[in-house]
Design a protein. Sequence first.
Length: 228
Amino acid sequence: MAEQVKIGEPPIPVNIKRSARARRYSLRISSKDGAISLTMPKYAALGEAMRFAHEQEGWMRKHLSKQLNPIALTVGGSVLFDGEYRRIEQGTGRAVRFEGGAFMVPGKTDETAAKLRAYFQTMARERMVAASIHYADRLERPIGRVTLRDTRSRWGSCTSDGNLMYSWRLIMAPREVQAYVAAHEVCHLIEMNHSDAYWALVASIFPDYKARRGWLKNNGSILHRYLF
Ligand SMILES: [Zn+2]
């Protein structure tokens, strides 16, 4: 059972992780559930870690508020798409259209989120299928079925029989990030692990993967704030 300390008021729970490899204190906020962990040198004093956590209280609160506030999708608001904030406006006709840098969403206002969701899911499917085929071709491997879901714990997965799954919320991430996730999963067609050989394979078809992976780590939680 991990040690936990509480910082400030209202208290922020911080899980303490003692690590033999850690040389200094570091804080991390999980993009999945907002849990905060503080890694500290194994034999350092807990009081030091508490002091460090108190110093970072402002930073933690800033990030937590960013992360956990849900965002409603309404006409007059905005939404992320391909890594850019786009306005949501009242549309006409039946279909959602992207025009002049804005999403034109027809129908009643209580249908705005559902209509955008359907549009985003369709776009995500097209994008992720195309990217999967592109990178699978580079590896000369066939892919199986591609499924889009609304997952919280992972952005994608790959089964041993070559079926791929992606979060459709990736359509909100920059295109390069979407491409990275496809390349990442497709490489599991060859290496079903995250070994050095696996990452070398990723680098061979997607050299800039570290930056894209970093984007997801730092910003992935934003994609989950939207209430579709
Ligand atoms: Zn993986």
